[in-house]
Design a protein around this ligand. Structure first.
Ligand SMILES: NC(=O)C1=CN([C@@H]2O[C@H](COP(=O)(O)OP(=O)(O)OC[C@H]3O[C@@H](n4cnc5c(N)ncnc54)[C@H](OP(=O)(O)O)[C@@H]3O)[C@@H](O)[C@H]2O)[C@@H](O)CC1
Ligand SMILES: Nc1ncnc2c1ncn2[C@@H]1O[C@H](COP(=O)(O)OP(=O)(O)O)[C@@H](O)[C@H]1O
Length: 278
């Protein structure tokens, strides 16, 4: 996690796509998370109408005009952009859907590491073609509601009362979902489960001495999506990026304590890194 050498582009360029004007907070939270976790460059991609709002709120984070899917495809000609995040505050309109389609389009060659969260998950759940376009460098970060939209049959099995043992668990559900999606799935909650399509699985539990109920605050999931995107930009593989981000997310909450709001999470990272000796 330490930054031993190199210039900013050696630490990756993360692009966070934002949605309509007046809904930019979630994307800015994700961008701040990506920057604090160590991506060398972070940009927010916004439509023309949303640029002024972002410009008034961003300094170290750069801004790039991304009006539609073609603009995103154009931006991705820049191979230094090595991680994408779509979903936080993206919206469910035609532009949001076109951006998710362009992000997942593999016809340009090597697929980009891509975090799909929030509205992007709802869009993927509603469109079989988008679901089919998911690839091994994607990370899906559903909460329970989004998980049920994406994998209704798996959620039904998970939520059914167990009549004979062993019960079908959140670990079973997340592994099955990752296999079906063909990518890493991070199923959020106090008992966050991360699985990859090959069956590898990790649990990031925020319970007992690691209980962090303050994480149940608007926007904390957006910051987690940003942490994962930043770690992907830094070159971690999807499973390691998701696992490390989930652990750091809880560490930041524990370090800050009660009263936490989403904005505090990225700002707590330097303290957590110092404690780790980085
Ligand atoms: N500061 C900002 O700018 C912020 C902006 N944000 C942005 O807002 C947009 C909408 O995001 P969203 O999360 O509010 O709505 P969405 O997921 O579409 O539906 C929520 C419904 O799902 C259900 N549900 C079931 N289980 C659940 C669970 N574990 N956790 C949560 N929900 C659960 C539940 O239904 P219920 O269980 O109540 O029947 C609930 O009514 C999106 O773009 C996001 O990025 C937010 O990130 C906040 C900060
Ligand atoms: N009681 C809890 N204890 C620990 N972590 C929690 C708790 N409730 C929610 N979280 C975590 O907080 C985050 C909430 O994300 P999400 O539901 O997407 O909210 P938002 O859309 O407002 O950002 C997830 O990382 C989840 O694991």
């Amino acid at each position: 996690m330490g930054k031993a050498e190199g210039h900013k582009y050696n630490h990756g360029h993360a692009l966070i796509l934002s949605g309509p004007p007046h809904h930019g907070g979630a994307a800015r939270l994700a961008a701040r998370g990506a920057l604090r976790v160590g991506a060398g460059v972070v940009s927010v991609g916004a439509s023309g109408e949303a640029m002024a709002e972002h410009a008034a709120r961003l300094d170290a984070i750069m801004l790039r005009a991304v009006g539609d899917g073609a603009d995103l495809a154009g931006a991705l000609q820049d191979k230094r952009i090595n991680a994408l995040c779509l979903g936080p505050g993206l919206g469910l309109d035609a532009r949001g859907k076109a951006l998710v389609g362009a992000a997942l389009d593999q016809s340009r060659g090597e697929p980009r590491s891509t975090v799909l969260d929030a509205d992007a998950l709802t869009l993927v759940a509603a469109d079989p073609a988008l679901f089919a376009a998911l690839h091994k460098d994607c990370v899906l970060t559903p909460h329970a509601g989004e998980f049920a939209r994406l994998f209704p049959d798996i959620a039904e099995k998970l939520n059914a009362p167990a009549t004979i043992g062993p019960a079908y668990s959140k670990v079973d559900a997340t592994r099955e979902a990752a296999k079906r999606a063909g990518c890493v799935v991070l199923f959020k909650g106090p008992d966050t489960v991360i699985a990859n399509p090959e069956g590898r699985c990790a649990i990031s539990a925020a319970v007992y001495e690691r209980a962090a109920p303050w994480l149940a605050t608007a926007g904390s999931g957006d910051v987690l999506a940003g942490f994962i995107t930043g770690l992907l930009a830094r070159g971690l593989d999807p499973f390691s990026a998701a696992q490390t981000a989930a652990w750091l997310h809880v560490e930041c909450a524990l370090s800050f304590g009660p009263g936490l709001i989403a904005e505090d999470l990225p700002e707590e990272l330097p303290k957590v890194f110092r404690k780790l000796g980085l």
